[in-house]
Design a protein around this ligand. Structure first.
Ligand code: GLU
Length: 640
């Protein structure tokens, strides 16, 4: 076993130094040896020692993806001289082919990029926008709105990924798209997960989707060939003419994708009366711009963490929870904490309840509403909120949102509003998170979605004059159901909701690509998850596993997770992936004794992660067995 194969999480406190001793580090390093620690970490503070990984190490790049074919696409692009941005975009397009129910060019997401040369970390926000014709009450009285055209937001992935490749990539977009075009054209063997999630009520929402996802009337057989020639043709159009071919109707160039989106989102034929199509126009598509934003930033036990900013609620919520939890010795089993203990889950659960209460009121698209980001993360505000967490007691009654406005700097107070609705999605089938790192030190952490499984269950496309269907091969999102589907009022202020629909606005998201940095500012770990609002808690669980419980990267991903995405006391439980042990029955009973309801075990999230060892620069990946997580590192090991 090499020193990096060890499992330091099993060794608390100073015992970590003994592990390091086996790697050539003394258990009590003198100050003059401090240079052997990564900059900024101190040998006398083993609690601040960086999280570690085990397993194969790479130097020339690594990708961690929820699907093996898409991981291969990313690895090929790295091998062809692409950087992490190129690889990430190749993966995103490939996932549209092999995980079409989860994400693709019909949707959007958040692409967090760290560039080694400049040291800059930023997020390309490709979140969908409400069309100009959208109104706050557009979902009112509409049955099954998540299956109708009215739910479709203006897609952002094509514009944002093209911007990313043009500005930060090393290859042409056409080359980056090549693996995905090939996958769609030549096909792939249906994986168990593809087969399992392909045919359901959502994919049956339109005849064309039903024919594709339920071939012969039922789910495809594992191993059967899945080809998507229309999607290959769409990708070729984008490769040849660039993103404008997606966003502008230019029949003279053969660019008719915009027509397929605009006519596709007029879909108003769900399995219920009173269907409602969307109002998207060519102008909405032409006007779509991706935004480049600074992530929110905070620290946890000395580790700098950056995470997705509004319109995602993810970064603010995770940083609030971490700050509330910092005063508890989460990793210390001797004090009754430690992984999976009643005490640890008790404080985690109540931190979730407090943070999700704030999320329901104060978070939305900061381009439209004054999200009080500073106030929400102000140390005194978080301390005051977190004081309600008492180990051994379940917070009761259910928490209400706090008021961060007094902690927000002057001039940021205006127009407080509310956001109350939850996304319609469950954690199962949709959205995808992946990470790509290259040999130059660039890292991309990217969460991408079309919201619910199969979006609205309708392909972009239109009827030709002869009655045949011109299919563009990708599903339209139902992202606008992440808005409040009923206009809401802030109980504090009486004004309209932060997350109410407005024309041009982006719906509040939970997606939270995240990175932990070394004190020197290099990315140490990049990670994230799908799972609707549980995304935020998956990221929280993994963060505590790494920093408090000293798990290796893969152990942190495999371990059981807990989640509460509201203010109530029902804890969703995920029992982890072997070899991780499930949560002990004693813990479940202990939580019940405190008054929590603990759900039956069910998967929460699908975390993909990369760790870059600050001592050696070696790269490690971890992928989630809850889906078909795959790590490919370079140079390839035999058989990979
Ligand atoms: N649309 C959701 C969001 O942006 C993601 C959907 C999911 O992960 O299930 O938060």
């Amino acid at each position: 076993m090499s020193c990096f194969d060890r499992e330091p999480h099993r060794l608390a406190g100073f015992a970590l130094a003994a592990v390091l001793a086996g790697c050539g580090f003394g258990p009590a390093l003198a100050d003059d040896q401090a240079g052997r620690w990564p900059d900024g970490w101190h040998p006398h503070r083993p609690d601040q020692a960086p999280p570690q990984a085990s397993g194969p190490a790479y130097r020339k790049g690594v990708v961690a993806v929820a699907n093996p074919y898409a991981a291969e696409a990313g690895a090929q692009i790295l091998e062809r001289g692409g950087n992490a941005v190129d690889a990430a975009v190749a993966i995103a397009y490939a996932l549209n082919v092999v995980e079409p129910q989860s994400a693709g060019i019909g949707g959007g997401g958040f692409m967090m990029i760290h560039l080694a040369l400049s040291g800059r970390t930023f997020v390309i926000d490709t979140r969908e926008k409400a069309p100009a014709g959208a109104t706050p009450d557009m979902f009112v009285g509409v049955p099954n709105s998540s299956l109708q055209g009215v739910a479709v937001g203006v897609p952002g992935m094509v514009r944002g990924t093209a911007d990313a490749v043009r500005k930060y990539g090393r290859l042409d977009l056409a080359e980056v798209l090549r693996p995905a075009i090939r996958l769609a054209d030549e096909g792939f063997a249906a994986t168990p997960r593809y087969a399992a999630v392909s045919c359901n009520s959502r994919s049956r929402n339109s005849p064309e989707a039903e024919a594709f996802f339920c071939p012969g009337g039922s789910a495809p057989v594992v191993g059967s060939l899945v080809q998507n020639k229309p999607l290959a043709q769409t990708f070729r159009l984008i490769a040849r003419h660039g993103p404008d071919c997606f966003y502008k109707f230019m029949p003279q160039k053969g660019c008719d994708i915009a027509k397929g989106i605009v006519e596709g989102q007029q879909f108003d034929r769900p399995q219920a009366p009173n269907g409602k199509g969307g109002s998207m126009t060519y102008a909405d598509l032409e006007n779509y711009r991706a935004a480049e934003r600074r992530p929110v930033e905070g620290s946890y036990r000395g580790h700098t963490i950056k995470a997705a900013m509004p319109p995602s609620s993810g970064g603010l919520t995770i940083l609030q929870m971490l700050k509330m939890l910092e005063r508890f010795p989460i990793g210390d089993a001797a004090q009754g904490y430690g992984f999976g203990s009643v005490k640890t889950i008790n404080v985690m659960a109540d931190a979730m309840r407090l943070a999700f209460a704030d999320r329901s009121i104060w978070m939305g698209d900061a381009d439209f509403v004054p999200v009080p980001g500073r106030g929400l993360l102000h140390p005194q505000y978080v301390e005051q909120r977190g004081a309600a967490i008492v180990p051994g007691v379940r917070l009761a009654p259910n928490p209400t949102p706090g008021d961060p406005l007094p902690y927000e700097s002057a001039g940021h107070h205006g127009r407080p509003r509310v956001a109350a609705a939850e996304p319609v999605t469950g954690p199962g089938e949709t959205t995808t998170h992946f990470v790509a790192a290259d040999k130059w030190g660039n890292v991309v952490s990217y969460t991408n979605t079309i919201e619910s499984s199969h979006g609205i269950g309708v392909f972009a496309g239109y009827r030709r004059a002869d009655g045949s269907f011109r299919n563009h091969g990708f599903l339209l999102n139902n992202e606008l159901t992440d808005f409040n589907t009923v206009p809401s009022t802030n109980p504090y202020t009486g004004s309209a909701g932060y997350n109410d629909v407005q024309p041009g606005k982006r719906p509040r998201s939970s997606m939270v690509p995240t990175m932990i940095f070394t004190p020197r500012g290099d990315p140490l770990i990049a990670y994230g998850s799908p799972g609707g609002a549980t995304i935020i808690n998956s990221v929280l669980n993994v963060t505590l596993n790494l920093i408090d419980h000293k798990m290796t990267l893969q152990q942190a991903v495999d371990a059981p997770r807990v989640s509460i995405t509201g203010t109530g006391s029902t804890i969703a439980r995920d029992d982890g992936i072997a070899p991780a042990a499930p949560l002990p029955a004693d813990t479940v009973a202990g939580l019940a004794a405190l008054g929590y309801t603990v759900g039956a075990p069910a998967d929460i999230g699908s975390v993909q992660a990369v760790l870059i060892d600050p001592w050696t620069g070696r790269q490690y990946g971890a992928a989630d067995g809850r889906r078909e997580g795959t790590v490919i590192g370079l140079p390839r090991r035999q058989g990979h």
